[in-house]
Design a protein around this ligand. Sequence first.
Ligand SMILES: [Zn+2]
Length: 277
Amino acid sequence: MNRREDPKYVIKYFTNAVGPKREKSRFTYLNYYGQKVDIPYIVFGIDAGKEKVLVDCGCNLYQYNRYIKGYTDEQIQAAKSGDLFTAGGESFADIEDVTSFEDGLAEWGWKPEDVTILFITHLHWDHIMNINACPNARVLIQRDEWKFALEPHPIQKFAYADRWFYEQMKNVELVEGDYTLLPGIEVVKTPGHTPGGQSLLINTAKGIACLTGYCAINDNFYPPKSLTDKIGYPILAATVHVNSIDAYYSTLRLLQASDIVLPSHEVTLMASKQFPA
Ligand SMILES: [Zn+2]
């Protein structure tokens, strides 16, 4: 685990797009039914000197229409805003672009070709659409996740892109289990939401910060006491899951191993640009 003498990193982030007014209970297992939450698709970056690490790479409106809805360019032209798209049992309003992938990197003084490591937390479509944008990056994916994404179980298919999208991804390196990514940056395999989610524990001047290897919001890690008293357990697992018990223990493990969790879809992170501030 991260040691006192390890380098201290700054975690930067920007929001590529937002899924507006999503059903909150999609994230918070058996809780918060009927409540709505905006879900940002956040891209994180860590400048580690020689290595520039990008954590996930978002999805914009065009990519969503083209690769997830499967629209032709003509259909995209004809689409009206407000059209709903049904996936995994919920009808969604279109995602809304916020900061383009290139502009987000440029705010950090980065170009796509500067990225040396593209760390993919998991292969759900909202985390991977710019995966070929960084030609010099090693793309790190857990082996279990890769295998599942090529042939997802039918009840999880809605969260994955089509097989061809994975097969055209460049510079993929399959990894397994926990490992040290760089001094002061540890990888923890966190299954449950998907078979091969991988999370990061990052040494910072404000303690160990966690980037979640799965779709999560603050309420997964920090639900109010009024709720935890009622349900009798301290955190909320992912609702979308391949194994709810694994999802529970992955969340508990990250909470216990870190001083602060920066969940991959936490809307309050849109109000800041980096941790520590
Ligand atoms: Zn997600």
